[in-house]
Design a protein around this ligand. Structure first.
Ligand code: AMP
Ligand code: ZN
Length: 463
């Protein structure tokens, strides 16, 4: 599979460095509230990348962290009057439930920042020792970006209007960053009264780690100095990922990630999501409007990950209809498979185009289109050919993580009601209107509605 790499700005083949397992890291959620559908664009696209690799026969090792200590988690746990651990546990659980509903595979390893404080303290120690970090007056420790010559390569700082010289002496202590803010950044934050009970010991005094550091420490623990791919939303390129590279290379050596995979942001109604505009949707908000998590997943993969995706409620309605059409197509194909067929090999059959799209820089809209094209091509297939096509379609669906909706339950009309309807239809054809009306009353009393068509009638249960 070929995928665009942010660092080299080229599409490159994904191959595991160790020749066996594709090992990758995704920056995970900050667990201080429910994740929104923008976050889920990133997590769903990362899930499709993993599924495509696995469908192609590759083994993967997927590590995604949980940010369970930072300015926001501490602030909001205090507002809720809860211990930080209890507060973040509840939002982590919610995140897992949402991921499951969206059909995202759980990562193989999901480390939390709080359980890796000793590793973070050790990494800061190394950085101080090697002269890449310094202690400030209040006992906080900062990374000196001037000590890291390649800083800014990922976001191509050298080509941009940002004046590195002007910002180099600035320091950032907050966990919330302006995109592209370049400054010495905090590795260890000295204890402040507003942190409450959330502080840990270190050689520089009590405090807690800065946000950028946790990923570097956990990557070092679980993936080592060289690994295959690192990923996040495009807002993380600079400074978060620049800072991760700087910390990790300066502390541990090695090349860090071989490939950088960034997902463009989701827009809602053509703009940024925000609470004040009332368009910051969670899965629950959309469920309340009658949409399933699968409808949401379909919309989220409906645009290429390098293009902005504009989310609207109309796009959800269209997704629901598309899923119904795919489900109907799959049922039709399944009905033409001869029972007991055993396939010697499983390819993609008429769905080869969908697979090619996925292998070509994860072209998910192309793959969705390929599902419909494949169904049209498979329309005349029977027996073993239909079986092959169905197997191909199912492989594409699994690679996209789509579970099709079940067929609507068949309505069984009771014998008595059917007899009344037949009698009424005959009376209607004979233009015996009194009898027609009387029989309608009886059918209604039995809880059914009879719809008269030109050449036939239908029956449906009353509300
Ligand atoms: P956070 O919980 O804020 O740390 O974000 C989790 C992930 O969601 C990160 O990879 C972010 O880059 C990503 N993200 C945040 N907002 C959006 C958005 N509107 N569209 C796509 N990804 C986003
Ligand atoms: Zn990170």
């Amino acid at each position: 599979m070929r995928l665009f790499d942010t660092l080299t700005r080229t599409e490159r083949e994904l191959r595991p460095i160790d020749g066996a397992t594709f090992r990758f890291y995704c920056c995970g959620p900050t667990v201080y509230g429910p994740a929104h559908i923008g976050n889920f664009r990133t997590f769903v696209v990362q899930d499709v990348m993993r599924r495509v690799l696995e469908t192609g026969g590759m083994r993967t090792l997927h590590v995604r962290n949980i940010t369970d200590v930072d300015d926001k988690t501490i602030r909001d746990s205090q507002k809720a009057g809860m211990a930080l651990g209890d507060f973040t546990a509840q939002w982590t659980e919610r995140f897992h439930a949402d991921c499951e509903a969206l059909g995202c595979l759980p990562p193989h390893i999901e480390p939390g920042a709080v359980e890796h404080i000793p590793q973070q303290v050790a990494m800061i120690g190394t950085l101080v020792e090697k002269g890449h970090a310094y202690v400030s007056e209040d006992g906080s420790v900062y990374f000196r970006i001037a000590s890291c010559p390649g800083y800014g390569a990922l976001s191509h700082l050298e080509e941009r209007e940002l004046d590195l010289g002007k910002t180099q002496n600035a320091r950032a202590n907050s966990d919330e960053y302006e995109k592209d803010s370049i400054s010495d950044f905090v590795l260890w934050k000295a204890r402040r009264p507003e942190d409450g009970a959330n502080f840990w010991p270190s050689p520089w005094g009590e405090g807690r780690p800065g946000w950028h550091l946790e990923c570097s420490a956990m990557i070092h623990e679980y993936l080592g100095e060289n690994f295959d791919l690192h990923s996040g939303g495009v807002d993380l390129v600079c400074p978060h990922h620049e800072n991760e590279i700087a910390q990790s290379r300066c502390a541990c050596g090695g090349d860090f990630a071989a490939h950088w995979f960034h997902i463009t942001h989701l827009l809602v109604d053509g703009g940024k999501m925000s609470k004040s505009l009332g368009n910051l949707y969670t899965l629950d908000d959309l469920a309340a409007k009658g949409f399933t998590a699968m409808d949401v997943r379909y919309v989220l993969i409906g645009a290429h990950y390098r293009k902005p995706l504009n989310f609207t409620l109309d796009s959800l309605t269209a997704a629901r209809e598309a899923l119904q059409r795919l489900a109907k197509g799959a049922r039709g194909l399944a009905a033409r498979v001869t029972e007991g067929v055993v396939l010697d090999e499983v390819g993609f059959g008429p769905f080869q185009g969908a697979w090619d799209a996925l292998e070509n820089d994860l072209n998910t809209p192309g793959a969705l289109g390929g599902l419909f094209t494949g169904l049209r091509e498979a329309a005349a297939l029977e027996g073993v050919d239909a079986a092959r096509a169905l197997a191909g379609m199912n492989r594409i669906l699994r690679a996209l993580g789509i579970v099709l909706p079940e067929a609507p339950a068949e309505v069984v009309v009771p014998e008595g009601v059917r007899a009344l309807a037949e009698e009424r239809w005959a009376a209607r054809l004979a233009k015996d209107w009194a009898k027609t009306d009387a029989l309608r009353t009886e059918i209604t009393a039995a809880g059914w509605k009879m719809n008269d068509g030109k050449e036939a009638y239908t029956l449906e249960p009353l509300g």
